[in-house]
Design a binder for this molecule. Structure first.
Ligand code: HGY
Ligand code: MN
Ligand code: MN
Length: 414
């Protein structure tokens, strides 16, 4: 166990406040959609900080940004540490950003410590973790582990038809490095993230070691009816797309308790065409986000959503299409990283407990490639994906200390 890695709390805080300016909202949150100009400004500052820290910078085809600390055996598989800099629309400034800056600070603290790691350590900012502008979410890590083909991910488009490929070129992050692990493979991956739930804050515990992540399915449902005049068209003579969609959405919201104790379902997007006060809706499009730690419950949920959409459209004489946008499986993180985290937390002298994550994270892709794990710090009142997201700075520092010690455990274990 090492107890001589020190977080530079001034540097850490200064950086956090500086990055929080890139896409800052008036209410103290972040509006920094993937590959937007605000994302570019955060990326540019990140590259600058990596270089100032003496790290070798590499940008891959999907815009993932790596800073490599050349330590120990240069041919050894590196430890990867990091998270994402993109945010939700009007989201919080801790989700993702805290993880990237904690990883950078930890690597600098290790480099400044008397301990020489046995292997390189790479800091990473993963492209488009949130998946709000471009689907699927966790895009950069998905391409990196080979879960989805890089070419397909580059062709993903946003609501305006702009592709990932075009935006990467526009902001100058269409990197040359292949989007794949190094020849030597990856020794392990560690990510710090805000809990995005109330448990740590309720219990007054500063850090969690994450045991696993829920399974997740995203669906996009399109319902097509017939536009007509809202006045003279009798109710029995309509094919109202929005009425069919809302029938289905009501059933989607009743579904979780029929699936598993922890299942959740969310309809986050709804669009109506022509969206006119006196026209019967011709088209309604909505999304469904289904999650549970019980992966089978997610699959059963997808089947049930499709059945409820079919039944509602049948009742309303409407057509429909259900697109299965993405599917991420629930998983447990590796014992090796969780054990290193137990040692790291002890070395940092930080109180901790274990938790499972309802939110998706890049770490769940990395777990399919190597041994991965996560640390959480509290979200005050559990708020996240909103400007109200907040973590006490003392908890950010405790998390960074635990993270740095855990990363060092991984970088020096034989
Ligand atoms: O959807 C999620 O769980 C993550 O915030 N992208
Ligand atoms: Mn996140
Ligand atoms: Mn998020």
């Amino acid at each position: 166990m090492h107890d001589d890695v020190a977080i530079d709390t001034d540097r850490f805080r200064e950086r956090f406040e500086a990055y929080a300016e890139f896409g800052a909202t008036d209410a103290g949150g972040l509006h920094r959609l993937a590959l937007s100009d605000a994302d570019r400004r955060a990326r540019d500052r990140f590259v600058e900080d990596l270089r100032d820290a003496g790290l070798d910078v590499r940008i891959d085809e999907l815009g993932n940004v790596f800073g490599r600390y050349e330590a120990g055996d240069p041919d050894a598989a590196p430890v990867l540490v990091g998270s994402h800099l993109d945010s939700q629309p009007y989201g919080g400034r801790f989700d993702g950003q805290l993880g990237v800056l904690t990883a950078l600070e930890a690597v600098q603290a290790i480099a400044e410590s008397p301990v020489e790691p046995d292997r390189p350590v790479e800091v990473v900012n993963w492209t488009n973790e949130e998946g709000t502008r471009f689907q699927p979410s966790m895009m950069g890590s998905s391409g990196y582990v080979g879960y989805e083909p890089v070419e397909e991910l580059l062709d993903a488009t946003d609501r305006d038809g702009v592709s990932v490929r075009e935006e990467l070129e526009r902001i100058g992050y269409d990197g040359d490095a292949p989007c794949e692990p190094p020849e030597a493979g990856v020794h392990s991956f560690l990510e710090l993230h805000v809990e995005q739930g109330p448990v740590l804050d309720d219990e007054g515990v500063p850090v969690a070691i994450v045991d696993g992540v829920y399974g997740l399915s995203w669906l996009r449902v399109t319902v097509d009816g017939e536009a007509n005049h809202a006045g003279p068209t009798p109710m029995h003579d309509r094919s109202d797309a929005l009425a069919a969609a809302t029938d289905a959405i009501r059933e989607v919201n009743r579904l979780p308790q029929q699936l598993s104790a922890d299942a959740v379902a969310t309809v986050g997007e709804l669009a109506v065409e022509p969206n006119s006060i006196n026209v019967i809706p011709a088209r309604a499009e909505f999304t469904v986000d289904l999650r549970s730690y019980d992966d089978d419950a997610v699959d059963r949920g997808v089947e049930r959503v499709e059945a409820e959409v079919a039944a509602a459209c049948d009742r309303h004489g409407a057509d429909y299409e259900v697109e299965r946008v993405s599917r991420h499986h629930s998983l447990s993180f590796s014992d090796r990283v969780r054990d290193a985290a137990d040692r790291g937390v002890a070395a940092a002298g930080v109180d901790a407990r274990h938790l499972v994550s309802g939110a998706g994270h890049d770490a769940q892709h990395l777990q399919t490639l190597t041994d991965a794990g996560m640390l959480f710090v509290p979200s005050v009142d559990g708020y996240t994906h909103t400007e109200a997201e907040y973590t006490e700075w003392a908890d950010c520092v405790a998390g960074a200390r635990a993270f740095a010690h855990t990363a060092l455990e991984l970088a020096t274990e034989n």
